[in-house]
Design a protein around this ligand. Structure first.
Ligand SMILES: Nc1nc2c(ncn2[C@@H]2O[C@H](COP(=O)(O)OP(=O)(O)OP(=O)(O)O)[C@@H](O)[C@H]2O)c(=O)[nH]1
Ligand SMILES: Nc1ncnc2c1ncn2[C@@H]1O[C@H](COP(=O)(O)OP(=O)(O)OP(=O)(O)O)[C@@H](O)[C@H]1O
Length: 709
């Protein structure tokens, strides 16, 4: 029953910590670790409030939604490549941390001359693997204070975390009084198996708090099955395992286990709050809201409307705690892995939505292994023939060992020339990325030169050129492929040296060489990779800052704690993150930024649109835009247009001057249901006709006028 969670393009941990580039008023900051091993850190910061969330679970997710998104999925696995046998080595690994600044399946770091290969640090599938529970090695008061500041109260500071301790807000939660042995004793064998399976994959599932969440999820979903016939609980566990494997803390993992309970069981917000505290309850509620929006978007084909899809990405990041977005992404990734049990039409709808909404979201957050998996799965469902063809070609040409040996060779050569470096990573391009590049540039697969790539981060500009010479001494250069974006930066400020060389087996290998500053610019700055990949869209600065913020947080949280880089004067935390200094141009804060636009969902006549309003707009502004305020009135006093009753987040609107908030859902529904509206209209018409008749002919006229008024 266990579902493998192998990621073809898992991105390993970075060995260098990163923050946004200084030109964005962010600077590098880190905690010196003893090794370059993958930092495993608690969940994301509670950056975004969820003030517009509605407490009622039932109002969000109908049974239909539940049955569609949550139940109709099987648990059979599917991967990017159809024939993975050739990839069964170290690159075929369990979900490494997808949150990586320095992407790539092989990553070496050099600190004082010693290098540690960290690429496959997380490929183990046993409880004894490297995926420990959050361990933070704060080295300095500055760092400590900074991180506390950055993560507010939502980070696990201690090595032992129960989740109840995590969200600093004094939880009025009863002690964990439930008895695990009793729960276990009563559990069905498959339930025990599921828990054990999770525990073998990550030890966070041994923590009482998480075990309790597991059993609560079990109770909530007891008897519920997936379309595949598997128990529903399995989906919850798989979602939670994915989160655990990227370093989420027990609060997030517990919320991952419980992510469907509000929509799908007797549990309501108060129950989850009372049992697990606000930290978990708010997250579960946040996921519920995202699911609801996603369902609306799917029903309305928002994925096909570029502008609205883009607004939706931003709204997702802005309206919910970033951790809720992570949970939703994990949920969707597992659903995509198990899409085969759905009827083809639904597979297409899910795949389309995933490709347009969720994969870009993962990309914007920098979670590239999830992004790659989502894209590859969508590719498989949307273009099965091309997927099949490309997969088999790639199985032929892909050479995993080549990346490993090239990395090793370059490492040795750099050492011989005493060129120190901060990070050397390798990656192979994902299937979907190859496909997209072929389409975009009208190339054949043989013409793609960066299927295999290395990236070297060195200390300074001089070393970039020195390292380039080393590369060219090692392998013959492919003519015409050398790009010096250091002396000639791209218009967006991107700087790096690129070359393509031929390895011993005559396989092209792209090598990128840059300094850390250049790299941060390429990851976070104006030339950020997600923007480069999204093409020429003109994002408002609000969106850029929003994404920069969310990505920075995600990366920081998952990367910096065990970084090998020590503080220097030039490597400082940005301002007073997360509340930037007054003069910081990047002081945008989700929810508190007053200047950014507000994106709201408007539902009118069952049609949804994602609309953008200036900051401080009100419901009245929205009504005006939709032409609902100036209803024309007949001379007899009733509106020609049917009267619409606005509902904000499922509640009647009392104050039309109420300000719109990011992610608000405003429904414009007829004041009375459709059917009775027709009857109502007819009745009015009858009375009107009668009134006219009577008023012109006799004493009943006044009563008709009186009725109208
Ligand atoms: N973050 C970021 N990365 C970039 C940018 N431009 C190029 N890159 C990276 O550099 C790689 C190669 O870019 P170029 O050498 O300009 O190559 P190209 O002309 O786009 O075409 P190919 O040689 O086919 O890849 C890309 O695959 C990216 O990984 C940018 O603006 N931002
Ligand atoms: N030579 C390389 N070495 C290591 N990582 C790379 C290399 N080239 C790209 N990457 C990283 O690999 C990830 C996947 O990138 P992907 O292959 O989809 O696009 P790309 O190569 O950057 O761009 P394009 O498809 O336009 O050539 C990104 O995080 C990217 O920064």
């Amino acid at each position: 029953m266990a579902v493998p969670t192998i990621a073809l393009y898992a991105s390993p941990p970075s060995s260098v910590c990163s923050t946004p580039h200084s030109s964005y008023d962010f600077e590098l900051s880190s905690s010196p670790p003893s090794t370059c091993q993958k930092p495993v850190i608690g969940g994301l910061s509670c950056l975004f409030s969820s003030s517009s969330l509605v407490r009622s679970s039932s109002s969000f997710c109908s049974d239909e939604f539940k049955s569609e998104e949550l139940k109709e999925l099987s648990l059979s696995s599917s991967y990017g490549y159809s024939s993975p046998s050739k990839f069964s080595g170290s690159f075929l690994k369990k979900d490494l941390s997808p949150v990586s600044v320095f992407q790539g399946p092989v990553s070496c770091c050099s600190s004082g001359g010693s290098s540690v290969v960290v690429g496959s640090a997380r490929s183990s599938s046993a409880c004894t693997n490297n995926t420990s529970s959050p361990t933070l090695s704060f080295q300095s008061g500055l760092f400590n204070g900074f991180v506390r500041n950055a993560y507010g109260s939502c980070l696990d500071y201690g090595s032992s975390t129960s989740g109840l301790e995590v969200c600093g807000d004094e939880l009025n939660v009863e002690e964990l009084t439930f008895n695990i042995e009793v729960e276990q004793g009563n559990a069905e064998p498959y339930v025990k198996e599921l828990l054990l399976g999770a525990q073998l994959r990550h030890k966070i599932f041994c923590e009482d708090f998480v075990v309790k969440a597991f059993y609560e999820a079990e109770k909530a979903h007891r008897g519920q099955m997936r379309a595949s016939g598997d128990p529903y609980l399995q989906h919850c566990v798989e979602t939670a395992v994915m989160l655990a494997l990227i370093g989420a803390n027990s609060t997030v993992v517990a919320a991952g286990l419980l992510h469907d309970t509000l929509d799908d069981s007797y549990m309501n917000y108060d129950y989850v709050f009372g049992t697990f505290g606000a930290g978990v309850a708010d997250l579960v509620e946040g996921v519920s809201k995202l699911s609801h929006l996603s369902k609306l978007a799917r029903d309305n084909n928002t994925a096909n409307k570029t502008v609205e899809a883009d607004r939706l990405h931003t709204m997702f990041l802005a309206m919910a705690d970033a951790r809720a977005v992570l949970i939703k992404l994990a949920d969707r990734l597992h659903n995509m892995m198990t899409l085969d049990a759905l009827p083809p039409a639904k597979q297409q709808r899910f795949a389309k939505e995933t490709l347009e909404i969720f994969a870009p979201l993962a990309n914007r957050l920098g979670i590239s292994s999830w992004k790659d998996q989502l894209e590859n799965l969508c590719f498989k469902h949307l273009h099965p023939d091309q997927h099949e063809e490309l997969s088999s070609k790639l199985v032929e040409s892909f050479d995993e060992a080549m990346i490993t040996s090239a990395t090793e060779k370059l490492k040795q050569a750099l050492k011989a020339k005493s060129i120190s470096y901060q990070d050397l990573s390798g990656r192979h391009k994902s299937l979907y990325s190859i496909y997209s590049k072929m389409l975009k540039k009208k190339l054949t697969m043989d013409e793609i030169h960066d299927i295999h790539g290395l990236r070297l981060i060195v200390d300074n500009e001089d070393d970039c050129y020195k390292a380039l010479r080393v590369v060219h001494q090692l392998w013959p250069e492919v003519p015409g492929k050398l790009k010096d974006y250091i002396s000639h930066p791209k218009c967006n400020g991107y700087r790096s040296l690129h070359t393509v060389v031929m390895d011993e087996g005559m396989v092209p290998l792209e090598v990128q060489i840059r300094t850390r500053e250049m790299h941060l610019q390429a990851e976070f700055g104006f030339a950020a990779h997600w923007r480069y990949k999204e093409g020429d869209c003109k994002h408002p600065s609000f969106v850029l800052q929003m994404v920069e913020w969310a990505r920075w947080v995600v990366t920081w949280q998952c990367e910096t704690m065990n970084s090998s880089i020590a503080y220097t004067d030039s490597i400082r935390p940005p301002c007073t993150f997360p509340s930037h200094s007054e003069d910081c141009p990047y002081s945008y804060k989700p929810h508190s930024g007053q200047d950014g636009p507000v994106f709201v969902i408007m539902i009118e006549n069952d049609k949804m649109s994602v609309q953008e309003f200036p900051a401080n707009s009100t419901i009245m502004d929205l009504l005006e835009r939709s032409g609902r305020v100036s209803s024309r009135w007949t001379p007899y006093g009733f509106p020609l247009k049917e009267e619409l009753r606005p509902r904000l987040n499922h509640q009647p609107v009392n104050d039309p001057m109420c300000k719109l908030k990011m992610g608000d859902v405003l429904e414009l529904t007829p004041a009375i249901p459709d059917k009775s509206l027709t009857e109502y209209r007819e009745e009015i018409q009858r009375m009107y006709d009668r009134g006219l008749t009577v008023s012109s002919s006799g004493p009943a006229a006044s009563s008709v006028v009186g009725w109208r008024s």
